[in-house]
Design a binder for this molecule. Structure first.
Ligand code: FES
Length: 325
């Protein structure tokens, strides 16, 4: 049986259980978030022994050199043993300050945060985990480019959301906030003349908006199609900004697709987003595709894009895993 040594005590590990599950079952109160290897809320340090490679996926070289690992992804081999330690907030997070906060529509706020002074080089489309306190953290995509001078996040506000309701109601301009990251591989990396398809639902628009701005900043010359989906056309946000970008760039076209379209949003079409890719979008052969939104959307759209001709290696996805709001 595998074992973990933590704070001087040895714990047996049930077959297939992670370090996180084992320690929390013993009441050790290890922080966690997504439990899917994405948010890095559960990072610990191996003090003696090597964590499996899978438990270090997504960590940077510095973190790997320090033997950090994702405890939710760390399953030891039979008879394996690892001595592990907890990391303090100061080792994982950096301090930032709220520069601006405003509503993008009736349910989504934008937070603009100061870029931390040290070691925070990021690309639009990556994500970071924002912490309300020691226990409550949530991951959000970065909607700003590294030329804009701030980090912008779009937060869907849920009335009972431990993070989002706090961010909407209590967090103020000038307040300090901890953040962890940047994380993820979903950012602009295409040939300048390559076709781009950027597709999002809900606040999946945040990384897509960042990637679009970065592509235009780098003078992307290939056609760029934005495919934005919503249940109701009233849910779309950044509408005027995006329409202005479309108007001023010949190579940008935006398709607004919603199940319900009202008279105020006559630029939108009442159409299923997957049906649109299948029947109207044309071939995606040679295109670079970015997909951002809920996990079910990303999975279905990945398949639709592949069937429309995109190579799997040209499809980058950022799917939101639900783990509280
Ligand atoms: S809880 Fe382990 S990476 Fe999110």
């Amino acid at each position: 049986m595998a074992s973990i040594i933590f704070e001087g005590k040895k714990f047996d590990v049930k077959s297939g259980d992670s370090v996180l599950a084992t320690l929390n079952e013993k009441g050790k109160d290890i922080k966690f978030g997504c439990q899917a290897g994405l948010c890095q809320a559960c990072v610990m340090q191996a003090i003696d022994g090597d964590p499996p490679a899978k438990a270090q996926l997504g960590l940077n070289e510095n973190q790997k050199a320090l033997n950090y690992f994702l405890s939710c992804q760390c399953v030891l081999p039979e008879e394996g043993s690892l001595t592990v330690g907890r990391l303090g907030a100061a080792q994982l997070t950096q301090q930032s300050k709220v520069l601006e906060k405003f509503w993008l529509n009736s349910a989504i706020i934008a937070l603009r945060l100061q870029v931390p002074d040290q070691d925070f080089s990021y690309r639009a489309g990556q994500y970071a985990t924002l912490w309300k306190d020691e226990r409550v953290g949530r991951s959000y995509s970065i909607a700003s480019t590294d030329q804009e001078g701030w980090l912008e996040f779009h937060i869907q506000v849920h009335q009972q959301g431990a993070f989002s309701a706090w961010a909407a109601d209590t967090l103020n301009v000038g307040d300090e906030i901890s953040l962890q990251g940047p994380l993820g591989e979903c950012f602009y990396q295409a040939e300048p003349e390559q076709k781009l398809l950027l597709t999002a639902v809900g606040t999946g628009l945040a990384p897509i908006y960042g990637i679009l701005k970065e592509a235009l900043r780098q003078q992307h010359s290939g056609g760029i199609q934005l495919l934005l989906g919503a249940r109701s056309s009233a849910d779309f946000y950044l509408v005027e900004t995006l329409l202005a970008i479309e108007k001023s760039h010949e190579n940008v076209s935006i398709h607004w697709l919603a199940m319900d379209v009202d008279a105020e949003h006559d630029f939108a079409r009442s159409e299923d987003i997957y049906g649109f890719v299948k029947n109207q979008l044309g071939s995606l052969t040679g295109a670079k595709v970015y997909l951002c939104g809920a996990q079910s959307f990303v999975m279905k759209m990945r398949k639709s894009s592949f069937l429309a001709g995109a190579a799997m290696s040209d499809i980058s996805a950022d799917s939101f895993i639900a783990f509280g709001a």
